[in-house]
Design a protein around this ligand. Sequence first.
Ligand code: 15L
Length: 268
Amino acid sequence: MKKKILVTGASGHLGGMLFKSLARIGYSNLLGTDLKKKNIQKKEKFILGNLKNIKDTLKMTKGVYAIVHFGAIPIEDTQQNILQNNIIGTYNLFEAARVNKVKRIIFASSNHAIGFHRRTTRLNELSTQRPDSHYGLSKAFGEDLSRFYADKFNIKSMCIRIGSCLKVPEDRRHLSTWISYDDLTQLVDIGIKHKSMHHEIVYGASKNKKSWWNNSRAYKLGYKPKDSADRFNLKSLSKNEYKDKMALLFQGGVFTSANFKGNIKYIK
Ligand code: 15L
């Protein structure tokens, strides 16, 4: 694909991974951006930018066809930090996209937007959001924001509720939530190219037997996961999570139990 694609968070874990993997599968006009320049090769196009600054976001989105938006704090943080970086940053980016007539945005949502659902509940793309942290709340906001910009301004979007995107699964929870780098790349590729997409919510998960998510919407859009957490040995995965009884009940795991002051029995 020759159209210009902006990847935010290009110096980070998943933004950085996608910046390289999209190039590998044929994207020849990628522009990376981040607060710092890290692991960027000489031949790669990169612009330093702060999403909190609307002038920066206007500059980085000029002439861009689609944005792969992975630039955010990727874990729980203070309410202020999440508000500034994830909520205001994402808002600025969508607004700049509207001004610069960007056609599509692939939004890195997270399982933490639905983390307070019990592990016994099977979810799909229509399930209600249930954020488990300030971080998860910022992802739920991003999903709503992208739906608004799709309906109001026809900027197409795909929100990927990413489970645990790691080289390999590292604990038992990952048997349900894991997605490989290649499978995430495939979903992003679909989000950029799909012809009749408007606003989509899909789950960023490989083909895991123990999944809590019915990802048929992603399959309808053409997603064919190649990987699965099933081939990893249950016994060899760390049992860290088992020390935290509350985390075991909910899909968001330890994000749900951190700083918890509520009453579990009301979270059905
Ligand atoms: C996420 O959204 C985080 O970015 C990542 O660090 C993991 O915590 C992941 O979710 C997960 O739930 O495993």
